[in-house]
Design a binder for this molecule. Structure first.
Ligand SMILES: [Ca+2]
Ligand SMILES: [Ca+2]
Length: 261
């Protein structure tokens, strides 16, 4: 399906007839060097319908307005009343599912460690960063759920409640996402300081998510279609997922498909 879309798009683009499809293809073709990478990315997501690809492109455009997320707190709901939308709760349920690595319905410190191990075992974190990463993970657990015991189990409802408290507490928001740069470094296989679509697939793999979903997420996050995601983009989008209640923000794709409810 995609190849015919590509042919159609290319002939339209080169024939001077500009359609939404051809614009998307032009974007994909923009950098020759990236051609194979991006096409591979899109081809592997070939089952994704064109509407979706167009939708992602549209969102990517919208998102460029929010390039600097350092001020993103300002467009949040008033402190104390954040995290009350169904959309935000749906996102948090999605993330609870990711953290529940052994899929027994609750998050335990074991799940946390299993997840951290997957990233450490990729072998791209230095010894120093591995130590820091494990410390950050431990601090997050202790700050949010206290004691580390096999009996301290976090249900979906408790997770929603706790994340709601974090979202409404400025000092806790600041510390809650300190793990993100380590995930970036762990999947930046060639230490280039940027994430390619292949490296982004490693990220999704480590989270227990599908590679095809990684391709779609990558296309939407890589707003300028250059086939790379910087650490700033990665951290900002990853963090924005937890902070925003705006359904238009592309950060909603960052941690894979959202659960239905
Ligand atoms: Ca679990
Ligand atoms: Ca890289």
């Amino acid at each position: 399906m995609f190849s015919s879309f590509l042919r159609r798009g290319v002939s339209a683009a080169f024939g001077g007839i500009r359609t939404k499809e051809s614009a998307a293809v032009e974007c994909l073709l923009k950098t020759n060097k990236q051609f194979s990478t991006v096409c591979k990315c899109t081809a592997s997501a070939a089952h994704v319908d064109l509407q979706a690809v167009r939708g992602y492109a549209k969102h990517a455009k919208t998102e460029q307005k929010y390039e600097d997320f350092s001020s993103s707190d300002s467009d949040l709901e008033v402190l104390g009343h954040r995290g009350e939308s169904q959309f935000w709760r749906r996102k948090m349920r999605t993330f609870h599912g990711i953290l529940d690595v052994n899929k027994d319905g609750v998050i335990s410190y074991d799940d946390f460690q299993l997840l951290a191990d997957r990233f450490v075992n990729l072998g791209h974190l230095s010894e120093k960063h591995t130590k820091e990463f494990r410390k950050v993970i431990k601090n997050i657990w202790e700050a949010q759920w206290g004691e580390i015991t096999p009996y301290n189990l976090v249900t979906v409802e408790q997770y929603l409640d706790d994340m709601h408290h974090v979202l409404n507490d400025k000092s806790r928001i600041k510390k809650a996402h300190a793990f993100l740069p380590y995930l970036f470094k762990a999947v930046d296989k060639d230490s280039s300081g940027e994430i390619s679509v292949e490296e982004f697939k490693l990220f999704f793999n480590s989270l227990g998510l599908k590679e095809t979903d990684a391709s779609v997420a990558f296309l939407s996050i890589d707003g300028n279609c250059d086939g790379r995601i910087s650490i700033k983009e990665f951290v900002n989008h990853g963090r924005d997922f937890f902070l925003t209640e705006d359904e238009e923000r592309i950060s909603k794709y960052f941690w894979g498909p959202l659960v239905d409810h």
